[in-house]
Design a protein around this ligand. Structure first.
Ligand SMILES: Cc1cc2nc3c(=O)[nH]c(=O)nc-3n(C[C@H](O)[C@H](O)[C@H](O)COP(=O)(O)O)c2cc1C
Length: 191
């Protein structure tokens, strides 16, 4: 984590550069309209065979199931997530609906939809933060998932705490040369 500005190596859309995962929420609710707008953004993601394997199960603060979702999170995530307005468990269908064959890209597709959701949220001034720190087994039990569905992640959503310029700590990224290769992947140890 660094408070340095994000500088792309090549110019990209501002939204892509500025989106971030805040660990603070104001504690205010968000509206059903706002929440559904986020899922609408996810809905339009690309997917293999347009199978759209992503599924979202959400609770809003105050719902009777809130505590059960919240309890899935590891303590380190609970500390800052307790003021979120919404918690989502992201699930994917592992097989193509049309053929029943295993989809090798169900997680990729669902991740792409998650990024759509995150970008839409950021554009709307909401805080959207994906979570892997939770009990995947208990999430599966809680949602009574059949074998052909996978638990992918959780997402916390809420209203952003407004920060003064420079106060916001933004993460940085690896260099392009560390992640992009022409013809042959080079591993860090072999460079
Ligand atoms: C699938 C996934 C799981 C994540 N899990 C957690 C988590 O459990 N706790 C947490 O604080 N951040 C979590 N993050 C947030 C990442 O740490 C964050 O996206 C990364 O540091 C880059 O920062 P940025 O999103 O602000 O650009 C997760 C992000 C993703 C995409």
């Amino acid at each position: 984590m660094s408070s340095a500005a994000r500088v792309p190596e090549y110019p990209i859309e501002k939204l892509l550069l500025e989106r971030n995962s805040p660990r603070e929420f104001t504690g205010e609710p968000i509206t059903e309209q706002e929440l559904m707008t986020l899922f609408e953004a996810a809905r339009w993601a690309a997917s293999s065979y347009n199978d759209q394997p992503w599924r979202y199960v959400y609770v809003m603060q105050g719902d009777s199931q809130w505590q059960a979702f919240f309890d899935l999170l590891v303590p380190g995530n609970q500390t800052w997530t307790k003021k979120a307005a919404v918690l989502v468990v992201v699930v994917s269908h592992k097989v193509f609906e049309k053929t029943g064959d295993v989809s090798p890209t169900h997680s990729y597709d669902t991740g792409a939809a998650g990024q759509n959701l995150a970008l839409q949220g950021f554009a709307m001034g909401l805080a959207v933060h994906a979570l892997g720190g939770f009990d995947f087994v208990r999430a599966r039990e809680l949602l009574k998932l059949p074998e052909d569905y996978a638990v992918e992640a959780m997402i916390s959503i809420g209203r952003q705490v407004v920060k003064a310029p420079g106060e916001q700590k933004l993460t940085q990224r690896k260099q392009l040369k560390e992640i992009v290769f022409r013809g042959q992947l080079k591993f860090a140890s072999s460079t």
